[in-house]
Design a protein around this ligand. Sequence first.
Ligand SMILES: Nc1ncnc2c1ncn2[C@@H]1O[C@H](COP(=O)(O)OP(=O)(O)OP(=O)(O)O)[C@@H](O)[C@H]1O
Length: 265
Amino acid sequence: MLKLNQINKLFNEATPDEKVALDQINLELHPGDFMTVIGSNGAGKSTMLNMISGALTPDFGVVEIAHKDITKMPEYKRSQMIGRVFQDPMAGTAPTMTIEENLAMAYSRNKKRSFKIGVDKKRREFFRSSLETLHLNLENRLNAKVGLLSGGERQALSLLMATFTKPSILLLDEHTAALDPSRAELITSLTKQLVEKDKLTTLMITHNMQQALDLGNRLIMMDKGQIILEVDDEEKRNLTITKLMEEFQRIRGEKLTSDKALLSI
Ligand SMILES: Nc1ncnc2c1ncn2[C@@H]1O[C@H](COP(=O)(O)OP(=O)(O)OP(=O)(O)O)[C@@H](O)[C@H]1O
């Protein structure tokens, strides 16, 4: 479903600030895979997601979705295939528009020739029933401006908008990190529910190791622009935070101490 082949990205080339953000990244996700991504600060996790969404292009390497080379496809075209939720609850929705208008915009995003955001009765029913799955009573607030919603409600709406069109790839970039613990828990369980419902192929960055272990069938750990550990299925189910830390130490020869991942246990 998704393939990254030999992806490299260098920032500020030939300057004192030169930085290898991605170093020979190879990754393949099969349909329905849910992969969690952990790693130290500056490891290249967001840069990798930006390569997939088209916000950045690699210096070398190929990005494929459904066996199609999309390396040079602009971001706005890829957005028909990709859903994304960011850390900032303000990033995924338009605050001055209503819940219904936001949903209509997201709905038309993956329709090739549809620019209208008008909502007929059938569409409104679809929006209502989709909102019901969140159990936040938003289905009765279709005309409320999104700017009035709490951070958790906005993030739940962003998640719904990113998933209800069944994207080929769902990208979650620390999407629970800015929420208080109870809201983060709610968004985590909604993520599980929405991803499982449509078996969405998903990549989720998190600094919360427990969340990385609890969700998904695959896990990768990144460090200094490289994927240093990949764990799948059975092996992932048996993984613990202690084992993960030991693996990091074994591979890198240094302790994972000052990382904010540790604070999220
Ligand atoms: N536009 C940019 N210009 C210059 N350097 C950048 C740019 N974007 C990212 N970097 C650098 O590339 C490296 C990888 O950054 P990236 O944001 O992908 O890391 P990350 O793993 O997501 O980190 P964090 O967990 O701290 O968010 C970092 O050293 C970062 O400072």
